[in-house]
Design a binder for this molecule. Structure first.
Ligand code: ZN
Length: 211
């Protein structure tokens, strides 16, 4: 894997809940592979670190795509062919820090890149999960549902996102793409347990402050 690419503001209702202007095109940012943690099997629990003393840490539950193809300036057909597998993930975000960075016109890097800030489930090949675009995914904390949506609610669909990103920089086989979060983002606290469900994909995350 060369990089993790994240799409911001790809669901209308989420952009509204953050009080953001609705962008014509989604926002893009990167995370390094070193902040990624994956549940290898369904039913597994990821033990994730929660940064302490940096304000609120939000969950952003998102469909995540693993690319099997890459390239620069892909057309729509090649962008679709590049989708290898999907899963469900969390783009963890230091929301208070992000708000300060936004206000000052600075990049979001320190609000988006920290240990365990990219959490994902087991990969499911698109051949074995062909309805991944229609399937509703959900995220709950301690049994309470926080986010639920499907790829149908996206402003820019997954193949279009891939084509759009590749207009800016090259994509590589193995790259991981977070496709944006729907409404319902909110804080996660020390000791809480999250549950992620998306078709055949089902796993948990337990958060604890680093000692
Ligand atoms: Zn996100």
């Amino acid at each position: 894997m060369d990089k993790i690419i994240c799409v911001g503001k790809n669901y209308l209702e989420h952009a509204k809940e953050l009080g953001d202007k609705i962008p014509e095109k989604p926002v893009l940012f990167l995370k390094p592979p070193s902040v990624l943690k994956q549940a290898q099997k369904n039913g597994e629990t990821i033990q994730a670190l929660l940064p302490a003393g940096q304000g609120s840490v939000h969950h952003e539950c998102e469909i995540v795509v693993q690319l099997k193809g890459g390239g620069y300036r892909l057309d729509a057909a090649r962008a679709k062919e590049a989708i290898g597998a999907v899963t469900l993930g969390l783009d963890m975000t230091l929301r208070d820090l992000q708000a300060t960075l936004k206000k000052n016109g600075h990049p979001w890097t320190t609000a988006k890149v920290f240990p365990d800030s990219a959490l994902i489930g087991p990969w499911q090949s698109v051949e074995t999960f062909p309805k991944y675009s229609d399937e509703v995914f959900s995220f709950s904390i301690d049994g309470e549902k926080k986010q639920a949506a499907s790829a149908r609610d996206m402003m820019m669909g997954i193949p279009e996102c891939i084509a759009f990103i590749s207009e800016h920089f090259p994509l590589c086989p193995g790259d991981v793409l977070f496709t944006g979060t729907p409404k319902g983002v909110g804080p996660v606290s020390n000791g809480q347990r999250g549950e992620l469900k998306y078709g055949p994909i089902h796993y948990y995350v337990s958060w604890a402050h680093s000692s």
